[in-house]
Design a protein around this ligand. Structure first.
Ligand code: FES
Length: 258
C-alpha cells in the first residue's frame, strides 16, 4: 500500500458522454494496475468523494459509469475533456480471474451492476482464460443504451437480455435475472452475480446444481475510506471494501445473515 493511501492521484478526463437518461460515462487517462471487480474512489475538490467500479481499463485509459443521482456524480457530469480529477485506488479484492481458466463463465448483471462485468469481459477476451462466456443481463428499458456494450459482447458469446418491466407492446423478454438461468451448466462453471440483492439469483443457481464456491456475488454497503480503516462498510465481521465487494457465496451468505 502507498505511504498516503487516502491521497488521490490526478487523472486527466479524456471523454464524457451521456449513455442514457441520468447515466453517464467518464473516461480518464493515468497509470493504474487493476483487476476486474475492483473499484476506485473518485474525488472532486470542494464537492466530495464517491466509489465507482472500473468499467474498462485498457493501458492507461480507464472508464467509469455512473448515475447522476448525487452531488458528486452530478458535478462529474459537468466536467470537460482535459479537466483533472482525483482518483484513489484501486481497492477491493477483485474477481478470481485465474480460477476462470477453461471454465464456462456466467455473468449475471442488472442495471449499473453491468459496469464491473464490462471490465471482466474485456479482461477475459484479452487473456483468453475462459472457454465460454454466457451473459444474462436485465435492464429497465431506459437503460437500453448500455446494451450497446452487450451488442459487442454478443459477437463472441450468447447473451440473454430482458427488462424487469415493460410498456404495453414491448416485444422483448420481461423478467428478473433469476428467471433466465434455466439451462446453466453446473460442471466446470463459475457465476458472477453483479446485482443489488444477489441472494435470489444465488439461491436459484444453487437449486440448479452449482455449488456455493462456484458463485461470486457483489456485496453492497456504504464505502467511505475504501481501505478498511473507517469501519463504515464493516458488517458481520467483514469489510466490504477490503474483503469484497465481490465475495464467494459461502462468505457472502455469512455476511448477509441477520
Ligand atoms: S469503507 Fe472504510 S472500512 Fe470499508
Amino acid at each position: 500500500m502507498k505511504d498516503r493511501p487516502l491521497m488521490p492521484e490526478q487523472y486527466r478526463v479524456t471523454a464524457l458522454s451521456e449513455l442514457a437518461l441520468e447515466t453517464h460515462s467518464m473516461k480518464v487517462s493515468g497509470k493504474m494496475n487493476s483487476l476486474p471487480g475492483q473499484f476506485v474512489i473518485v474525488s472532486l475538490s470542494g464537492v466530495g468523494e464517491c466509489p465507482l467500479y472500473i468499467a474498462s481499463h485498457k493501458g492507461s485509459n480507464l472508464e467509469f459509469v455512473y448515475r447522476t443521482d448525487c452531488s458528486i456524480t452530478k458535478a462529474m457530469s459537468r466536467l470537460s475533456k482535459g479537466d483533472r480529477i482525483g482518483i484513489r485506488g484501486p481497492y477491493g479484492k477483485g474477481l478470481p480471474v485465474k480460477e476462470m481458466n477453461r471454465k464456462d463463465i456466467y455473468l449475471i448483471g442488472q442495471d449499473m451492476g453491468i459496469a464491473p462485468l464490462k471490465h471482466l469481459v474485456e479482461h477475459l477476451k484479452k487473456a483468453k482464460v475462459a472457454r465460454t462466456i454466457s451473459i444474462y443481463a436485465s435492464f429497465m428499458k431506459k437503460d437500453y443504451v448500455i446494451a450497446s456494450w452487450i451488442k459487442e459482447w454478443e459477437k463472441d458469446n450468447p447473451v440473454i437480455l430482458s427488462v424487469r418491466s415493460a410498456d404495453d407492446g414491448y416485444l422483448g423478454r420481461v423478467g428478473k435475472p433469476e428467471d433466465m438461468l434455466e439451462g446453466i451448466r453446473k460442471d466446470n462453471s463459475l457465476a458472477i452475480v453483479s446485482v443489488r440483492e444477489a441472494s435470489a439469483i444465488a439461491e436459484t443457481l444453487l437449486s440448479l446444481g452449482l455449488k456455493e464456491k462456484q458463485i461470486y456475488a457483489a456485496a453492497h454497503r456504504t464505502i467511505v475510506c475504501g481501505i478498511g480503516k473507517c469501519g463504515h462498510c464493516l458488517h458481520n465481521g467483514r469489510y466490504i471494501c477490503k474483503d469484497g465487494p465481490f465475495m464467494r457465496y459461502d462468505i457472502y451468505k455469512e455476511l448477509i445473515r441477520r
